[in-house]
Write a protein that binds this ligand. Structure first.
Ligand code: ATP
Ligand SMILES: O=c1ccn([C@@H]2O[C@H](COP(=O)(O)O)[C@@H](O)[C@H]2O)c(=O)[nH]1
Length: 238
């Protein structure tokens, strides 16, 4: 029987993916489906740390934030990710997955603060750790938080679970002629300004030799296939 190729992963979950077919917010059925896929992987013994996005609730650079002070809008965006983290934790609890939420912004009544050794201890105990509030700093994104936490957790890989099934020559949602890469180097992705992930996150992963796999969270079973090292999504590497 095949074995997972990764012992510990950092899963970046798209905030926008949590909307399902809704126009904003958290779609319960979608969260439950995503959690069932996470559980399958956790049941294989893979240690899972998650960074959750917030685009389904608030995006600091979106029209909703127009006219606002950028840093204020970004803090609102980070708080949105904490709400997503709580929704995810609740859905995991309902299927028997033990998890802990750690927030990069102190908000002690609802989540533990981010403490690196404690997070690592939880992972070793088989608990899923969900990191909320991104990096805790404005002007960053949860992609960069995923790169950062992936390294801090000594994860084997960063998995970006998003709305498209890999990195394309152009945004596939806007350009139907865009072609998917099976693999691409960090340097090429940065040089070509391929916007599937921000350049800060790509540069951080490149400098620390941390591979990224970009795949679709909407494709059933894709997460498990990535975990088994099967041909799924796009591998971004040095
Ligand atoms: N070259 C490209 N290849 C693939 N996707 C691209 C590319 N350029 C732009 N995109 C867009 O990038 C999006 C994924 O990145 P984005 O940061 O918007 O979402 P996310 O990180 O998954 O969600 P959230 O920010 O809500 O957590 C895709 O949905 C796709 O439309
Ligand atoms: O480290 C961070 C992470 C996020 N933000 C703000 O939150 C929103 C939502 O995050 P996404 O990565 O877009 O899902 C983002 O647009 C920023 O406004 C942040 O400031 N710092």
């Amino acid at each position: 029987m095949s074995q997972p190729v990764y012992k510990r992963i950092l899963l970046k979950l798209s905030g926008e993916a949590l909307m399902g077919d809704d126009s904003y917010g958290i779609n319960r059925q979608t969260v439950e489906r995503i959690v069932s896929e996470i559980k399958e992987v956790a049941d294989l013994g893979v240690e899972i740390a998650i960074v959750i996005g917030g685009g389904n609730i608030f995006r600091g650079v979106a029209p909703a934030a127009a006219g606002m002070d950028r840093a204020t809008a970004d803090y609102m965006g980070m708080l949105a990710t904490v709400m997503n983290a709580m929704a995810l934790q609740d859905a995991m609890r309902q299927v028997g997955l033990v998890s802990r939420v750690q927030s990069a912004i102190t908000i002690q009544q609802v989540a533990e603060p981010y403490i690196r050794p404690k997070a690592i201890q939880y992972l070793e105990e088989g608990k899923v750790v969900v990191f909320g509030a991104g990096t805790g700093n404005p002007f960053f994104t949860t992609d960069t938080a995923a790169a950062l936490r992936g390294m801090e957790m000594n994860a084997n890989i960063v998995l970006k679970a998003t709305k498209v099934d890999g990195v394309y020559t152009d945004d596939p949602k806007k350009n139907p002629d865009a072609v998917r890469y099976q693999t691409i180097t960090f340097d090429e992705a940065i040089a070509k300004n391929l916007k599937v992930m921000d350049a800060t996150a790509l540069a951080l992963c490149r400098d620390q030799n941390m591979n990224i796999c970009v795949f679709s969270i909407f494709k059933p079973g894709a997460l498990k296939r990535v975990i088994f090292g099967e041909n799924e999504g796009t591998l971004v590497h040095c």
